[in-house]
Design a protein around this ligand. Sequence first.
Ligand SMILES: Cc1cc2nc3c(=O)[nH]c(=O)nc-3n(C[C@H](O)[C@H](O)[C@H](O)COP(=O)(O)O)c2cc1C
Length: 187
Amino acid sequence: MNNRAEQKKGSRGLMVYSSKTGNTRKLAQGIHQGLAEVLGTVRIAAVEENPDPAGTDWILVGFWADRGNADPKALQYLQSLEGHKIGLFGTLGASPYSDHAKDIGKRVQALAAEKNTVLGCFLCQGRIDPALTEQFKTLPAGNPHAMTPERMKLHQEATTHPDAKDIQAGVAACLSMVTSALPGAAP
Ligand SMILES: Cc1cc2nc3c(=O)[nH]c(=O)nc-3n(C[C@H](O)[C@H](O)[C@H](O)COP(=O)(O)O)c2cc1C
């Protein structure tokens, strides 16, 4: 094993995720499996466990999009972190290539960067809770969340995510974030 690979194996990482309906948990578990194959043991915890971040070389925090931001539990955990190297990953109903997704990514990264170094942010689509889809259908036309054919298409597209491709992309993105956190990595 070369030095870089040994460094990766020896790094102490923590993955923390917040998930309401399971999408971000599925993404987190897939990323965790991919990282563990390269890095060896990686600690993973649900945000409700409030894992102690002391002594870690890097932390990956997973969130789900909630009204244009990260969800409250992920935000609270992020706000508790100081002086860490943090990578972010998350799921949202919208396309990860949309301006909405870019805004969410920027917002969460800016918050994490207040007291930490941010390594990057990976976002992918996640199935929207069918109860929310039904709720949108009851809204009158003109309401900003009222169901439109475009919105219905988006909800349908989201139903299969996160899928294997999303997880593969998430592993690659998170590995790159983690590698940039290793001692001696270019800033
Ligand atoms: C209350 C609520 C608010 C949401 N807000 C947004 C949002 O602002 N933007 C978006 O793209 N998706 C939004 N979604 C969709 C979720 O972010 C998406 O389904 C996500 O994958 C859920 O993750 P989870 O299964 O880990 O809880 C919202 C969903 C709920 C239930």
